[in-house]
Design a protein around this ligand. Sequence first.
Ligand SMILES: [Zn+2]
Length: 388
Amino acid sequence: MSLKKTLSVASPLTLRIVAECPVTKARACELVLPHGAVNTPVFMPVGTQGTMKGITVDQLDALGCRICLGNTYHLGMRPGPDLIEKARGLHGFMNWKRNLLTDSGGFQMVSLVELSEVTEEGVKFKSPYDGKEILLSPEKSISIQNSLGSDIMMQLDDVVSSTVTGPRVEEAMHRSIRWLDRCIAANKNPDKQNLFAIIQGGLNAELRKACLDEMTRRDVPGFAIGGLSGGEEKDDFWRMVTLSTDHLPREKPRYLMGVGYAVDLVVCVALGCDMFDCVFPTRTARFGSALVPWGSLQVKQKQYAKDLQPIDPDCQCPTCKRHSRAYLHALFKSDTAAMHHITIHNISYQVSMTLLHFEFIVEIMYFKILPCLIIDFFFHNCVKQAKL
Ligand SMILES: [Zn+2]
């Protein structure tokens, strides 16, 4: 395939590396996007239809969130890009003044819509709303994301599950490269919106390396590591992450898609990833599961009915400052407000955890004080345990 070195347009982001861990690949950065600066490592909560389920934009802002996700598939279907464009993009529609990242819509389509078909043209599917056949092409995906006005747009990629093997993985990898070129060409706002490429190649090191070689020759503002976190063995997952970060350019942000469990975050920060997203913290909150440093706490369980402690006595979030486990337990039986309170706690937990990572990496680099060396040792051991 011929190399299309795209014309260099100054990308609307800058990445300043504040500190790098001397032992692992962990790094603390300041990522400046059109709607303000974001410290990385960062966890990005996932909104769906322009709303964060169970939390308002003001609450999200107050928790320190500086970037969140919007789903192109849902927003593109309803209310549709025209209305959102009229409302001054997704920022105006949601009244969210911080940064937004939108996905391509492809993943939702393949995972949510049973009758979808991938061809060279794009992803064909039947609308779940009116049954009409729709084609999501790379151009269409970028056109919707241009209307949404997100700070970071994702290329449309050919998604296959990480447990799939054989020629389909290779086909999807090559197609994702071709679709990246079509997305780059279709972007009407390269000076305002950052387009990220998505590295594919399944669990095959050769394919992933080939994808890295090709995609990093394109002048895109950032890269995502895709096609992982889909039920593969942890060893395979970590190997593919570290292979990717080994070959991604140091001066550009690296986004590991669909990863949000605490242990995965720690290891993947040590492996050099900067950005993460996952529906898990908000989805699990709606089932009454609160994230805590020792795992999770199921608020609905009988044992909390008379427990007057907060979810986590050390947590500084509004839920833990105001409400007890017993209150949330009682509320869960009668009111959806319990889900909102737990969602706030879970997002706060994730945002604070990545902020701590940022601080640790800076301290490891500059002060090398004892607690930091312990954390450094922890990062190092995580990497060793992953047998890398
Ligand atoms: Zn809390």
